[in-house]
Write a protein that binds this ligand. Structure first.
Ligand code: 5GP
Length: 238
């Protein structure tokens, strides 16, 4: 039986497979920013993000992080455990950048004294607003125990990712993750981990190698994603 399309987002399509607890994620070549007000694409982007995410999921497994990845198929498709997504984006920041720099009137690039974990409510119509713990528990999206677990897990992922990126001269400025509950009720890392949802700067030059090149019209978007892929490929072997 052919896999059935159950969801199409800005950068991915999700198909239900024959197995009730497994879905196929297809990575699209489209690029969007500012809640899809800015749209673009480049050929091979879906493939690159899928391959980058695959390498990172392997790295996370080797370092004891549980996630939804099962197998990669056809270069731009991933078989993953089906999870019920918690409607929160969990952002970790190591350096000042992006929306936090704008909100606090700071220049980008300042190393933070400690990593920051933030929650955003996943709601396109509201531009994914920042929410605090009390707002989340009051609305019943997650209880405090779950939030504490998400924070600890996000910080753990941050440390494991930094260990990889340090080997290949990349600064992990910040990143966004999502978590979901699998069929057994365990909370695991879901979605993708790619330059679409991370800020990565070259350690020596501070050159941006992520979606900010598209957001800020800096050019060489495809080349930067390719470079990230090549560096990570090297990093996982070092
Ligand atoms: P900021 O809040 O500074 O815009 O984003 C912080 C980090 O989370 C950045 O690495 C950014 O790419 C990622 N991020 C925030 N919101 C989203 C989102 O809706 N989609 C994706 N793919 N990444 C996001």
């Amino acid at each position: 039986m052919a896999d059935k399309l159950i969801y199409e987002g800005k950068a991915k399509k999700i198909f239900q497979t024959d197995k009730a607890d497994q879905v196929l994620m297809e990575f699209k070549d489209s690029l969007t920013a500012f809640n899809a007000l800015k749209k673009g694409e480049f050929q091979g982007k879906g493939e690159l993000n899928c391959q980058i995410s695959t390498l990172i999921f392997h790295w996370l497994s080797q370092n004891g992080i549980k996630h939804h990845w099962i197998a990669t198929r056809d270069k731009n498709k991933m078989l993953v455990e089906k999870t019920e997504i918690i409607p929160l984006e969990v952002v970790v920041r190591n350096f000042m950048a992006g929306s936090l720099a704008k909100k606090l009137g700071q220049t980008e690039g300042l190393k933070l004294k400690n990593p920051i974990v933030e929650f955003y409510f996943k709601k396109d119509e509201l531009n994914d607003p920042f929410v605090n713990d009390d707002q989340i528990t009051a609305l019943g999206w997650a209880d405090q125990k779950t939030l504490d677990l998400l924070k600890a897990e996000a910080l753990n992922i941050n440390s494991v990712l930094q260990k990889l990126f340090q080997k290949i001269d990349l600064k992990l400025i910040d990143f966004k993750t999502e978590f979901g509950r699998n069929q057994k009720g365990a909370i695991i890392l879901s979605d993708e981990i790619s330059p679409d949802c991370m800020r990565l700067w070259d350690e020596k030059t501070n050159r941006k190698l992520d979606k900010d090149r598209f957001r800020q019209d800096l050019g060489e978007v495809a080349e930067s994603y390719q470079e990230v892929f090549q560096r990570i490929e090297k990093g996982v072997r070092l």
